[in-house]
Design a protein around this ligand. Structure first.
Ligand code: OAD
Length: 233
């Protein structure tokens, strides 16, 4: 891979699938037995906050039982060893990249293990439940919600993502179906900014034809193999 110094990696639910975390579009349109619009929209939270908070409490508890898999480990290895710029932009709200040891990680859809106070705007690390309406550690208001981006809300830190894309020589997409924008459009943006583009996925994503190269297989196999290749120069 000639002249690659700066890398942007986009990850999706597929990278955590082998850790036992369900993907979004694998379960017949249902997400853990719920329709997305019943649990992952601001309207759902207004209509039935208890249902939404209980749903996220369950997910928050579940991800803490899961472990990073060889794909997370390989990206952490790359992060430690890579001297050029590197940004792992994840759509995932789990913390498996961090637990594998990666530090250059940006959560564009938020994090399960954060609570957001809608009263004072503080974000706090949160591992327990929210359905019992605990007070915000900063202001005391009982106005905490999961710090995850719901449908219809703006993803986080888009300026930082585009700044990294502008100088990237390589854009790699791992384990994402390419169904949700703006992340689904990154490959086109990266191409038009002059980066090479590589897709690593179990099956072709919706935007597969935009990639220069696609390698199909499970993340725990194709990601470590690709990382070894990159580190070998
Ligand atoms: P999806 O569930 O849409 O897609 C997961 C992708 O991972 C699919 O293309 C699968 O083929 C692939 N996959 C499954 N198992 C895999 C494995 N073992 N190895 C490699 N690939 C595998 O998940 P995302 O694309 O991440 O947004 O979904 C994007 C966004 O939609 C999510 O962040 C979430 C959701 O609604 C919000 O919550 C805002």
């Amino acid at each position: 891979m000639p002249d690659i110094r700066n890398i942007v990696i986009l990850t999706g639910a597929g990278i955590s699938a082998e850790s036992g975390i369900d993907t979004f579009r694998g379960g017949g349109g249902l997400w853990e037995q719920h329709r997305v619009e019943d649990v992952a929209t601001p309207e759902a939270f207004e209509r039935d906050p208890n249902l939404v908070l209980r749903f996220y409490d369950m997910r928050r508890a579940a991800i803490q039982e899961k472990l990073p898999n060889p794909a997370h480990d390989a990206l952490a290895r790359l992060d430690r060893a890579w001297n050029g710029d590197l940004l792992i932009v994840t759509q995932n709200v789990d913390d498996l990249h961090e637990r594998a040891g990666a530090s250059r990680v940006l959560h564009m859809h938020g994090e399960h293990l954060n609570a957001w106070c809608t009263y004072c705007d503080e974000r706090s690390r949160w591992t327990g439940p929210l359905a019992d309406r605990p007070p915000c550690p900063r202001c005391g208001a009982r106005a905490l919600r999961p710090d995850v981006v719901w449908f219809g809300e703006m993803p986080y830190r888009m300026e930082e993502i585009y700044a990294a894309m502008r100088t990237a020589h390589l854009f790699v997409s791992i384990g994402t179906s390419g169904a949700v924008y703006p992340a689904a459009g990154f490959v086109r943006d990266a191409r038009s900014l002059g980066a090479q583009t590589l897709e690593l996925n179990l099956e072709r994503s919706q935007g597969s034809s935009w990639f220069d190269e696609t390698r199909l297989g499970s993340a725990s196999e194709v990601v470590p193999a690709w990382v070894e290749e990159v580190l070998a120069g």
